[in-house]
Design a protein around this ligand. Structure first.
Ligand code: PGA
Length: 250
């Protein structure tokens, strides 16, 4: 299976700048090789990205969606609206949404439900923070975040979900989990899936690593069979560096 290389642009770039970045990446599509590339720009960019990138092997996704299908919810963007832009993915459960916007399991499960109903693939982020790590609660935190989702969806529904292990202490800090730490967390998540839905479901689960992924560490991370791809924040805003990460998928 191809490695998924996801670029999370967060709240950076105007439309022109974002499009220039995406076009520069798309111009090098011949080098994508073993990579499936998905860009997650701000909502405002999705339509124009899709229009300009048509026919190229570059997919788009949103960084969030509403937990409601439609209605008088000023400022919200539904999963169906995202799908209508031509986007294929949505990122949910990112630690910035959990900590800065107070998103918890129940809300996230409602959002996942909306995304799946709309026919989007979900990239669901999970991961411990520094305190969990220092106090030895790393795995119980991961378990809590994943069980909430595994319990709420069927195996068929979970086929449309990709996990992204992002230790909070590694996001935007320049600190990356060691290969061993990443593999350990991925294997733990896979085991939870196996326990719930059987060996095949566990083995087939695609799990990305995220947190200070750069051109210098991507190759090592992507060489692991446990790691199905990477979710890249800061380094995805630099086309040359992001292209090197894509090429590191082999
Ligand atoms: P980073 O962000 O690569 O800048 O650490 C990753 C993320 O937040 O998804």
């Amino acid at each position: 299976m191809k490695k998924l290389i996801a670029g999370n642009h967060k709240m950076f770039t105007g439309v022109k700048e974002g499009l220039a970045l995406a076009s520069e990446i798309a111009r090098n599509a011949a080098d994508f090789g073993n990579a499936q590339v998905v860009l997650f720009p701000p909502f405002t960019h999705l339509c124009v990205f899709h229009e300009q990138l048509q026919g190229l092997p570059l997919e788009t996704g949103a960084q969030n969606c509403s937990d409601m299908p439609e209605g008088a919810f000023t400022g919200e963007v539904s999963a169906g609206m995202i799908k209508s832009t031509g986007a294929t993915h949505v990122l949910l459960g990112h630690s910035e949404r959990r900590t800065l916007f107070g998103e918890g399991h129940e809300l996230l499960c409602r959002k996942i439900n909306q995304a799946l109903d709309a026919g989007l693939q979900v990239v669901y982020c999970f991961g411990e923070n520094l305190q969990d790590m220092e106090e030895g609660h790393r795995f119980s935190k991961i378990e809590e975040q994943l069980q909430a989702v595994f319990e709420s969806f069927s195996q068929d529904e979970l086929d449309h979900l990709v996990l992204a292990y992002e230790p909070v202490w590694a996001i935007g800090t320049g600190k990356t989990a060691s290969l061993h730490e990443a593999e350990e967390a991925h294997a733990f998540a896979r085991e939870l899936m196996r326990n719930k839905y059987g060996t095949d479901a566990g083995n087939e689960l695609r799990i990305l690593y995220g947190g200070s992924v750069k051109a210098t560490n991507a190759r090592e991370l992507l060489s692991s069979s446990e790691i199905g791809g990477v979710l890249v924040g800061g380094a995805s805003l630099d086309a040359a560096e992001f292209l090197q990460i894509i090429q590191a998928a082999g």
